[in-house]
Write a protein that binds this ligand. Structure first.
Ligand code: ADP
Ligand code: MG
Length: 730
């Protein structure tokens, strides 16, 4: 029996993972595997505890002198939970997380075996950097890299099977200081935003001394049966199906969204949530998504750094827990053609150390002015640096969403809702170019009175916008489901930091000219609205009219990754990242190279698997069925049956013969085209070639022929699980 039918047969006997442990109250287990403040208090001396707290607050490395004490405290906590090994946990640019486990166990010089975990092992390690992408940094600089503990993210324990490992969240840098991961730049960008935002906050409130970006992500994913997954080499190797005719029933009935969650998936969700809670990941919502077999989960927002760690950690956990349930989770942006893809909305705002959300409209005219300042600066940042923001979400899998009519388009625009659009209009009208003292009433815009209205505005908010204001935060919706949020968050934080710095300069120069502070601020806000309002769009982002309108407005619409990535290495980008101490030009170049390489490899793998499946799965099945038809027709003819008895079979045979020859011909041509691409040296040229000469030139046409064959060939002969089986089986 083929692997497809074995999998289908086994569907009835799916594993029932034991969920009994998961009935615990969330508060009882929340964060139990995290070395959080309370745990630190218990396991550290006063001195060590204080030192750790101050490092966390100031986002500084832990003091070397204290490191030994802190490490000992962490080890005693970890050992009390059965941990024997530890690892530095980091997020290299490959897109997954990395770890190298070491044992606490060691042997002293006199041969006595002991368990030990020293300060050095806590704060710094040297993983073998050579297996991670560095975009040429290693070639030019120093070969080694090291990981360093980032104390703003607490150590945690991961339970895998019966083993438990202590994980130290770290950044990964080369010995010459270049960042080799996602986290180091994010921390730098967070710092840049902090400085710039505090400076601006101090116009309004001198007590504010720290501003932290906050992130609440919404993770979309598909879940399918593991047996069926294993019968699809394309899912195994590239995370998406390269073939598969759409099912007779698709998502047209829209009966999945907010429908009841299937039993098996529900058990899975509860299980991974349980693991997440132990790790202090504050998951809050779970529901079905638009597409069949698609779901979403979202936590309560956190400080961006922690939120990023929690998202990458959760993606790992989701994949691991799925296998316990005989399931597989698909985090790919577009696992199934013709079915909605998956995104990861990044809800973003800024919070002050005085407890104020800077993107929440205030209760007094003064706090409203502060809100407006940050609101308008964010819009201007997105307007001025839309290209860099677009680059930050560019990836081969995300190309399937952006630009297709289901996800935010590749055009970056901002949705703010009717009410705030009106506020901005008012400001433009009332703050004339020569704003004078009599107009001071202007400062009293009472946004707060309209808050109920504002909230209403959000309930029917625009879901087609890539960047939408949703009441007290912006929601960056164009991020892909498999992406590490750190990259888009790094860019967003930097561009807002840069804009706020300029804002401060602009306001100060008016103040120096003798303008009153509030009036100066209002003036610059008005200027910024003027210069960036073309990025505002309230209509249907999926429509064709918008593409045309955006073009008229001069907004970019870059649909493919290789070209979108160009924005990373422009003079503008280099200046932006260097000014804010986030990337050096060398690091930017390196990242650009890495992204291009990733793109090339992904398309290359898809192209190979397509060729292979067509040649070794599809064509043999089609030929077997072709033979059956031939034998049938021959037999009927031998019996002198009239033409009407075999003419229909003959027609099917002709179609199949035609599809077989087209498929095999296209595959041959694609292989030849790949050879040409592979000989290209420059990665940008090669990536563009892979996109236009391989992906665009062959993927859809090969798929078209294969999917037609799927409908014609005897179901028994077809070895790849079909869409209806993967998507609708519960
Ligand atoms: P929806 O699906 O309607 O977009 P959800 O409730 O699923 O909304 O997700 C909204 C996300 O936004 C949650 O993760 C929530 O914690 C987050 N969020 C709320 N306020 C803020 C904020 N100030 N900063 C960042 N994220 C926030
Ligand atoms: Mg959302």
């Amino acid at each position: 029996m083929s692997i497809r039918f074995t999998a289908l047969n086994n569907l009835g006997n799916t594993i029932q993972a034991n969920n009994s442990q998961n009935s615990a109250k969330i508060t009882g287990i929340f964060g139990e595997n995290v070395f959080n403040q309370a745990t630190a208090r218990k396991h550290l001396s006063d001195e060590a505890y204080k030192s750790l707290q101050s490092s966390i607050k100031a986002s500084q490395k832990v003091d070397r002198e204290m490191a030994n004490q802190i490490a000992t405290g962490i080890r005693s906590w970890a050992e009390s939970k059965g941990v024997t090994h530890f690892t530095h946990w980091f997020q290299p640019l490959t897109g997954t997380t990395a770890e190298k486990h070491d044992s606490f166990f060691t042997i002293k010089s006199d041969g006595t075996p002991i368990e030990q975990f020293e300060g050095d092992a806590l704060i710094q390690q040297e993983p073998d950097a050579s297996s991670f992408p560095s975009g040429g940094i290693r070639a030019t600089f120093e070969a080694r890299g090291y990981t360093a503990w980032d104390p703003s993210s607490p150590p945690f324990i991961i339970d895998i099977g019966s083993g438990s490992t202590l994980c130290i969240p770290t950044i990964f840098v080369s010995y010459t200081g270049e960042s080799l991961d996602y986290k180091a730049p994010l921390l730098k960008a967070t710092e840049a935003l902090n400085k710039a935002a505090v400076d601006v906050c101090n116009y309004f409130d001198k007590n504010i001394s720290r501003v932290t970006p906050t992130l609440g992500w919404e993770q979309e994913y598909f879940v399918i049966d593991e047996g069926l997954f294993n019968a699809r080499p394309d899912l195994i190797l590239c995370g998406r199906t390269v073939f598969g005719h759409s099912s007779a029933k698709n998502q047209q009935l829209e009966d999945h969204y907010f429908g009841s969650i299937p039993e098996r998936v529900y058990a899975y969700m509860r299980d991974f949530e349980y693991e997440a809670y132990k790790l202090g990941i504050p998951l809050r919502t779970r529901h079905n998504e638009v597409a069949p077999a698609q779901f979403e989960c979202a936590p309560i927002f956190e400080e961006v750094n922690l939120a990023v760690d929690h998202n990458t950690l959760l993606m790992d956990i989701m994949a691991r827990v799925a296998t316990r349930h005989g399931l597989r989770v698909l985090l790919h942006e577009k696992p199934f053609a013709g079915i909605n893809g998956s995104g990861k909305h990044n809800n973003w705002s800024m919070a002050t150390d005085t407890g104020v959300n800077l993107l929440a409209p205030g209760k007094t005219p003064k706090t409203n002015l502060m809100f407006l300042t940050f609101f308008v600066n964010t819009i201007k940042a997105v307007h001025d640096y839309a290209d860099i923001l677009r680059a930050a979400i560019a990836s081969a899998p995300n190309d399937h969403r952006l630009g297709a009519n289901e996800a935010p388009p590749a055009i970056i625009s901002v949705f703010i809702g009717q009410y705030l659009s009106k506020v901005l209009e008012d400001i433009k009208e009332r703050v004339s170019a020569k704003f004078d003292e009599q107009d001071e009433s202007m400062l009293k815009i009472d946004i707060h009175k309209s808050i109920p209205e504002l909230l209403m505005d959000n309930t029917d908010r625009n879901r087609t916008s890539p960047f939408a204001f949703t009441g007290n935060k912006f929601e960056f919706r164009a991020v892909g489901s498999s992406a590490n949020c750190a990259n888009p968050m790094t860019v967003l934080n930097v561009i807002v930091a840069e804009t706020l710095k300029q804002f401060k300069k602009d306001v100060d120069s008016l103040i120096e000219k003798g303008e009153k502070k509030e009036i100066a601020i209002m003036h610059i806000i008005r200027e910024y609205i003027d210069s960036s309002e073309k990025v505002l769009f309230e209509g249907d982002g999926y429509s064709e009219e918008w593409e045309k309108e955006a073009e008229r407005r001069g907004l970019a619409n870059v649909k493919t990754t290789p070209l979108a990535l160009d924005a990373m290495i422009t003079e503008k980008a280099t200046e932006l990242f260097e000014n804010n101490n986030v990337y050096t030009p060398v690091e930017l170049e390196a990242r650009h190279e890495i992204e291009l390489e990733k793109y090339i490899k992904k398309v290359q793998i898809e192209s190979r698997i397509m060729g292979e499946l067509a040649t070794s799965h599809i064509l043999p099945a089609a030929i077997r069925y072709q033979n059956t038809l031939i034998a049938n027709i021959k037999g009927l003819k031998e019996l002198n049956m009239p033409e009407s008895a075999w003419s229909n079979q003959k027609q099917i045979l002709d179609k199949i013969a035609d599809l077989i020859s087209k498929t095999s011909d296209l595959v041959e041509k694609m292989i030849a085209a790949r050879k040409i691409c592979n000989n290209m040296d420059d990665n940008r040229t090669k990536a563009i070639a892979y996109q236009s000469q391989i992906k665009d030139a062959f993927f859809d046409t090969i798929r078209y022929n294969v999917d037609k064959l799927e409908l014609l060939v005897d179901d028994k002969e077809w070895y790849l699980p079909k869409y209806r089986e993967m998507l609708f089986l519960r």
